[in-house]
Design a protein. Structure first.
Length: 359
């Protein structure tokens, strides 16, 4: 039996209880978690914005140590430090064939199958296939990435979602070039990773935007050259900071219609607007046909940073070892399982950077 934070129903409070976690079956790996990041996607699962069978154990950004492996698992062994990949690609579908593993249609297959039971025998589902809001979890071997040397195991949890997403948004989706200006909307965990990735890419001006003035120190420490508290005049302010043209690239990390629109308005003619935030289907964004022609901007979505985690994780690890990427600096709170509901409340209120559950 292991302790876990269980979502019993959509919009229900999380319940800390013991669950019955089986031994890993063929092709599976059991992991003892060192840490798990609290991501906005977990909040979206809990409130129904993203669909998830319940009861479930949420959490998808994690790192830990392998304790057991099932038959036919050769990629990792007991004792190995690992990072969880919440969206492992199948390598067989149409999108995998196009070398776009972040769009794999089978990446979420494990999320729809029970993986454990509550103490009273109810079947439990793994949130985003990972279920890392628990002391231990069991996942497919494809969802486990060996942690490269030189990366602290606890902080490595952030590599599994926030950092891969933020790094990929800059390097894969927006393809930021040295000297380009970047506006980042939302200074949470992913936004901080975007800012650091922009700095690593050699961006010129990096303008961070958030609803909370308390985020300024975090943003500047990550590499922002300017900080703005979001107002209706944000786009005008960004143009003033970027030669009156607008940012070459704007990255939206919030997932709200008004923020996506503000990011678009902040981008120069011919610039790129990349949407990382996950919003609900009721969040509708409108553009006129004339402005689409006139501005010549590119608007694109971004799934998991358009990353291939197996290829990008070693690159990120090298940035960590070289001191270019600060994982610990993104963490504003370290909590236990019992602190997750308060962390959800903080996200809703726009407070803090990344909260880390430490086991």
């Amino acid at each position: 039996m292991v302790r876990a934070a269980v979502l019993t129903a959509v919009n229900a409070p999380l319940v800390i209880e013991e669950i019955d976690l089986p031994r890993p079956g063929p092709g599976q790996v059991r992991i003892r978690l060192a840490a798990a990041g609290v991501c906005h996607s977990d909040l979206s699962l809990s409130n129904g914005t993203l669909r998830q069978p319940v009861p479930a154990v949420l959490g998808h950004e994690g790192a830990g140590t392998v304790t057991a492996v099932g038959d036919d698992v050769t990629s990792v062994s007991p004792g190995d430090p690992v990072v969880l990949n919440w969206a492992p690609s199948c390598g067989r579908c149409h999108f995998c064939g196009l070398d776009e593993p972040w769009l794999c249609v089978n990446a979420m297959a494990a999320a729809g199958a029970p993986y454990a039971r509550t103490a009273d025998g109810r079947e439990l589902y793994p949130g985003l296939s990972s279920a890392v809001f628990a002391e231990e979890t069991v996942v497919p071997a494809a969802a486990v990435l060996p942690l490269p040397d030189g990366v602290p195991l606890t902080d490595a949890a952030l590599l599994g979602c926030a950092v891969l997403t933020g790094y990929g948004a800059i390097h894969h989706a927006a393809k930021v070039r040295p000297g380009e200006s970047v506006a980042v909307f939302g200074v949470g965990g992913v936004g901080l990773a975007v800012i650091q990735a922009a700095r690593i890419a050699g961006a010129g001006a990096v303008v961070a935007v958030d609803i909370s003035s308390e985020k300024e120190q975090l943003a500047r420490k990550a590499g922002a050259t300017d900080f703005l508290v979001s107002t209706p005049d944000t786009a005008k302010q960004i143009r003033a900071l970027t030669g009156r043209h607008g940012a070459d690239v704007a990255v939206e990390c919030v997932g709200r219609a008004e923020t996506i629109r503000a990011a678009w308005d902040s981008t120069r003619r011919g610039g790129r607007t990349t949407v990382v935030g996950i919003g609900g289907k009721e969040q509708q964004v409108s553009f006129s046909a004339l402005e689409l022609f006139h501005f010549g901007r590119t608007l694109s979505g971004c799934v998991y940073g358009n990353c291939d985690p197996a290829q990008d994780l070693p690159v990120l690890a090298e940035h960590v070892r070289a001191g270019r990427l600060d994982l610990g600096g993104m963490v504003t709170d370290r909590i236990t399982l019992e602190g997750i509901p308060a962390a959800f409340d903080a996200m809703l209120a726009g407070r803090g950077g990344r909260t880390l559950v430490v086991f």
